[in-house]
Write a protein that binds this ligand. Sequence first.
Ligand code: AMP
Length: 371
Amino acid sequence: MSNNCVVIEPAALSEFRTQRIRRDSYQRINSEEVYQSFFLTHTCYDCMPKSGKVILLDARLSIRKAFFALVYNSVRAALIWHASTSSNIGLITISDFINMLIAAYDAKWSSVATLESESILEWKQNLYKKNGVRDQTLGSTIIYLNPEDSLYTAILTLIERKVHRIPVIHPDTHDFLYLITHKRILKFLYLYIYDLPQPHFIHQSLSELKIGTFNKLVMIDLQTKLIEVLRIFQAIRISALPVVDGEKRLRGVYSKFDIMHLAATRTYANLDVPLCDILDSIHDHTTYQLATCKMTDQLFELMDKFVSREVHRLIIVDDSQHIIGIVSMSDLMKFFVASFEKLSRINSNQLNGGNNNNNDGPIFETVPMDT
Ligand code: AMP
């Protein structure tokens, strides 16, 4: 065999072919649609990390121990395994911890012993009852994706269900593969970003694209008590709150993830402390830098910041650090999907000879959710 000969394994050959087909198709499509095509032609399986940690907790474990398991493993969520039915019955996340802390606080901590000994299963069942969920079948509320589902389906599901993570579960073996998140998908796209044709919108600025939230911003100040912060997180589905000083200048960000610090330091029994007393102990000020951006930043710069700083949101500030808005990864994903839908409508209008039919839905259907 010649030294120049390259031996390609059959599996590698098929991967190589798929990649070539994808690259060829990227050359043929309009560069405005390139991300759409990327998300449609890649699956949740493609996006799976080569190695990673997945935590599966037994439903009989006490809720307190479950949070310590999250903290010690530095993860934000774990899947719950119900041994008697051999099934996954849901996720335990920081939102559960918030609900648990508020319940204990409102009961003047008299029920804290129960809360500490209550199992995950009992906690979830009580929560269903309290929220009036009629179908209390275990596992009936779990949202999950199949590894063969496209990333486009994953993005739509994350957006429509207003969640930050979805377990990817193998349909035959029921193995839990990983949790797909906005961050994972954006990171995956970013791996290929320099190989893909560039849509013109990534060179447009935030002020042109208006991605993010600019009105009704929810902010807190340094005197806000921890219990009030928890109540805001319980009431509104947002993942972080900017902390401002008396002149409404950005001083910090308190995220849902920071609440895990309470479990790690076992300081959750005092929720009346003002934020100024705890912010310094959460973030190391020698290394901690607030992740901000400007209205003049181009979309490409924002994507770069999200990926390199590994943050879920950027606070939009002016030159004197006054807050203008918030752009979160979920806003970015919504923007991608909205621009796809706009494009598909334009394309279908062109196909229909420009006949503007309001019933034209988006071309790409979402796979009905398995709940
Ligand atoms: P997230 O939970 O960060 O994915 O954000 C969900 C939505 O809420 C996005 O549209 C954000 O722009 C918006 N958002 C995030 N934080 C805040 C906040 N503090 N006040 C108002 N809206 C917010």
